[in-house]
Write a protein that binds this ligand. Structure first.
Ligand code: GLU
Length: 289
């Protein structure tokens, strides 16, 4: 049997803070316990917000915490063609359509109190462009209009035999969770400026990298519904999910308070050691060798 594969997948659009440290060290810890490997993936599809100094910061901070990872590190910005293949597959199934409404227009359409919101509290897209003639859409795209590509959620759900759930171990015991992708409405899978989205690239990469255990923060718990649906539509394997507690800035750990910041680089400057961080987050000190 192949060894289990874990991954830490930060976006280099800022410096790592204590919450990232928890996620990374937990992934490493679980990988060691399971005799598996630990990968680092840079989720840098939003090239306008990602910067080389943040990428370097990720390497420096993780090394400082005593972690090491398999090579090569996958950088999503170098793999747009992989996401295009997946998008094409979904498009061939008739599940993708172009949408031109701006966020403002969606908010205006969704002004009613009772308008449904997605799990992040954002007004759900009203679906008004689902029937848009795609030849006309192609002309508008060619003219340079801003657009995004959305998943037709209703059609996507019709295509799968049943809504897929997932195996969750975040509470300490293994549970079967019922997914609810419909709660998100017609999610965006690509944009004019960025030819993929977080949901699409994370799903494709976890499969391409053979990730068996997705260990990440509870803030991404509900997004798992979308990832599971995409996995089933694209015929990709199902990892086990472990959504861990979030380390907040408020009422948060003592170390960030004394350093005045929860950024690892700031703590380092204030004399905090990696073992102090690990101890505060509930982990053993760095192992030698
Ligand atoms: N890149 C995402 C983030 O930094 C994490 C993605 C994931 O673990 O699935 O929040």
């Amino acid at each position: 049997m192949l060894p289990p594969v874990f991954r830490f997948a930060p976006s280099p659009n800022g410096y790592l803070h204590l919450g990232h440290a928890y996620s990374a060290v937990l992934n490493d810890h679980m990988a060691r316990e399971a005799g598996g490997c630990f990968l680092l993936r840079l989720e840098d599809i939003d090239m306008a917000r990602c910067r080389p100094e943040y990428t370097q910061g990720i390497f420096d901070d993780l090394k400082w915490l005593g972690l090491s990872w398999e090579q090569p590190v996958r950088r999503q910005s170098e793999h747009f063609s992989d996401y295009a293949v997946a998008l094409e597959q979904l498009s061939d199934m008739g599940l993708i359509y172009a949408s031109f409404l701006t966020r403002k227009q969606i908010e205006a359409a969704a002004a009613a109190e009772s308008w449904p919101r997605d799990p992040l509290g954002i007004s759900r897209y009203p679906g008004t462009e689902r029937g848009l003639n795609q030849a006309i859409a192609a002309v508008r795209i060619a003219r340079g209009e801003d657009y995004c590509l959305r998943l037709n959620m209703e059609k996507a759900l019709d295509r799968v035999e049943r809504v897929p759930g997932w195996t969750e171990t975040g509470s300490g015991v293994e549970q079967q969770i019922a997914a609810d992708p419909a709660a998100w409405g017609d999610v965006i899978l690509a944009r004019k400026e960025t030819p993929t989205s977080y949901h699409l690239s994370v799903t494709v990469d976890d499969a391409l990298q053979g990730v068996t255990h997705v260990v990440r923060g509870l803030d991404l718990y509900h997004a798992t519904s979308i990832h599971r649906l995409l996995q089933v539509l694209l015929g990709l394997p199902e990892p086990i999910y472990h959504h861990h507690r979030l380390i907040g800035d408020q009422n948060g750990p003592k170390l960030s308070k004394s350093a005045g910041s929860s950024r690892l680089c700031d703590m380092r400057e204030h004399g905090v050691t990696p073992n102090m961080v690990r101890k505060e987050l509930g982990f053993d000190p760095i192992r030698a060798g």
